[in-house]
Design a protein around this ligand. Structure first.
Ligand SMILES: *[C@@H]1O[C@H](CO)[C@@H](O)[C@H](O)[C@H]1NC(C)=O
Ligand SMILES: *[C@@H]1O[C@H](CO)[C@@H](O)[C@H](O)[C@H]1NC(C)=O
Ligand SMILES: *[C@@H]1O[C@H](CO)[C@@H](O)[C@H](O)[C@H]1NC(C)=O
Ligand SMILES: CC(=O)N[C@H]1CO[C@H](CO)[C@@H](O)[C@@H]1O
Length: 493
């Protein structure tokens, strides 16, 4: 029962929380105005019909390969009123999301995904695979490694796999003192092909199979609009291309898309396809690369690059520049739970109506946070460098350095953060700057970056800053992007 209707569990918890919040708000005489907070749990809970609908209607188990019966979540039906926070959610009933995680991280990643990015996705439109069978608040987590051939399971890479099953209490406690990151990574590469084979065996009827990690964010509005323009009957495998020893593959964390035509070519009429590659995985770093090699070997189809639409970065690490600014965005990676929640609330507030472009992230998540100067921050500026040519550790052959024909301000740029900033103000191409250990770095692109660890190294702090006026002027000038240019997808191989 619990496994079949995870929504009930989540919603029961939410109902209690929601009631408490509403009660508290009522006590304070401070009930939100109608529609306010629609994208929060409390807001959604305002609609009692919605609760009743989701909690009691028997939509039933999805039948195998039964795609057409999956209702579009954004659409209310007579017996299933719509979750108000899913208002406008696109019809993704021809897409199956296949999410990969591991037992050591599942409880920290999956609940937030379920509450936010997967919230409006129908149960019949996603599967979650891991290195152990689990149930998270009723959501089935499938052991994708169950079918790996027994000899390969004897490999030391499977140490964590066997330990996890043997653990009689929670994994977190059992894993104390174990390097879970390292052991989890060793296991991970065995998953991808098995996961695809199992997803297709359970659900062979979808047009598109989108493979992501548990720290990937999917922008549904962009994805659905884009895929409606691509013929899924063709053999298509696409993502953000990376290389392994010269072999191109779609980076797994960014997410990759495989068409119906491609899945059929890989698995139809064959048995135990994934097992053919179990042995290969032992000698390789990564499962996403092996997946690409396996596709190539079985079908002779190669990966297509659709970066930056499928993207491994996130708002604070993306580069806001000409070549990416107007591009539509479908995925981001390394997204923590707090960030997933922020994006979800933002997309919900836009009613999922417009495809998201990279520039939208700048406006929503970057622009409000740029400062003239920020200490202990790495803003990733590194297009031009100023330094003392003879100082220790300066590789004067690196052509990022400017030593000659400098203005007075440029000559002094490496003396202090204040001077570095002054040089940025003077140099027209400078959007932002960074000062560290008597090197002044300047950036021509807009990037936000990360805090540095305080007290790192010998105590010399890194300081960053942005030329806010110049950035604002650039953004304004580039605001008009015209029609969306979708990635070019080859439909014949
Ligand atoms: C897997 O290993 C077999 C045997 O060594 C080899 O023939 C095959 O090309 C390998 N396949 C991949 C995808 O690495
Ligand atoms: C989203 O939909 C709600 C409810 O229909 C509406 O009030 C709101 O103005 C819409 N917002 C946007 C950004 O379209
Ligand atoms: C510096 O200026 C001189 C004279 O204008 C020019 O010949 C030289 O190429 C310049 N050097 C650099 C590195 O720009
Ligand atoms: C992404 C990036 O360029 N990071 C750099 C930030 O600055 C530090 C210190 O100069 C470099 O070590 C990083 O590579």
């Amino acid at each position: 029962m619990c496994g079949r209707r995870p929504a009930i569990i989540l919603l029961s918890v939410a109902l209690v929380l929601g009631s408490l919040i509403l009660y508290a708000a009522f006590q304070l005489g401070d009930i939100c105005p109608e529609g306010g907070g629609r994208c929060t749990w409390a807001g959604a809970m305002n609609t009692l019909d919605y609760l009743r609908g989701k909690g009691s209607n028997g939509e039933g188990e999805p039948k195998e390969g039964d795609v057409t019966s999956a209702p579009a979540v954004g659409t209310a039906t007579a017996d299933k009123p719509v979750d108000p926070s899913c208002h406008g959610f696109p019809d993704m009933s021809n897409i199956l999301l296949v999410m990969k995680t591991g037992a050591s991280e599942a409880y920290s990643k999956i609940p937030t995904q379920m509450l936010t990015n997967l919230r409006c996705v129908s149960e019949s439109n996603f599967l979650i695979f891991s290195d152990m069978a689990q149930s998270i608040a009723g959501q089935e987590i499938i052991d994708t490694l169950e079918t790996v051939i027994p000899e390969v399971k004897e490999h030391q890479d499977f140490e964590l796999y066997h330990n996890q099953v043997a653990c009689p209490i929670d994994q977190e406690t059992c894993n104390k003192g174990i390097n879970v990151a390292k052991q989890g990574w060793a296991l991970d590469k065995y998953k991808n092909i098995h996961m695809a084979e199992k997803a297709y065996a359970r659900n062979p009827g979808f047009d598109w199979y989108l493979y992501v990690d548990a720290d990937t964010y999917v922008v549904w509005s962009t994805l659905v609009e884009w895929l409606s323009r691509v013929d899924a009957k063709q053999k298509i495998y696409m993502g953000s291309v990376a290389m392994l020893g010269g072999f191109p593959f779609a980076h797994g964390g960014s997410g990759y898309l495989v068409s119906q035509g491609m899945m059929a070519a890989m698995f139809d009429g064959k048995e135990n396809v994934a097992n053919r590659f179990d042995q290969n995985a032992t000698g390789l770093c990564c499962g996403d690369a092996l997946f690409s090699m396996a596709l190539k070997e079985e079908t002779d189809v190669s990966v297509q690059n659709v970066w930056p639409t499928v993207n491994g970065e996130k708002p604070n690490t993306l580069s806001y520049e000409d070549s990416q600014w107007c591009q539509p965005l479908v995925t981001m990676h390394h997204i923590g739970s707090e960030e997933v929640s922020d994006f979800y609330e933002w997309e919900c507030s836009r009613n999922y109506t417009q495809p998201v472009r990279i520039k939208d992230l700048y406006h929503q998540f970057i622009k409000p946070h740029l400062d003239d100067t920020r200490a202990e921050w790495d803003n990733l500026s590194d297009d031009i460098r100023y330094a003392d040519r003879d100082a220790d550790g300066i590789d004067s052959t690196d052509d990022k350095y400017r030593f000659d024909n400098l203005s007075e301000v440029e000559q002094e740029a490496h003396d202090s953060a204040t001077n570095c900033r002054a040089a940025c103000l003077e140099l027209e191409e400078c959007m932002q700057w960074r000062f560290h250990r008597n090197v002044c770095y300047m950036g021509r692109k807009i990037r936000h970056g990360n805090p540095i660890i305080p007290g790192d190294g010998d105590g010399e702090k890194m300081v960053s800053g942005w030329h806010k006026a110049r950035i604002a002027a650039w953004a304004k000038e580039h605001e008009d992007c015209g029609e969306i240019q979708w990635p070019n997808v080859r439909t014949s191989n």
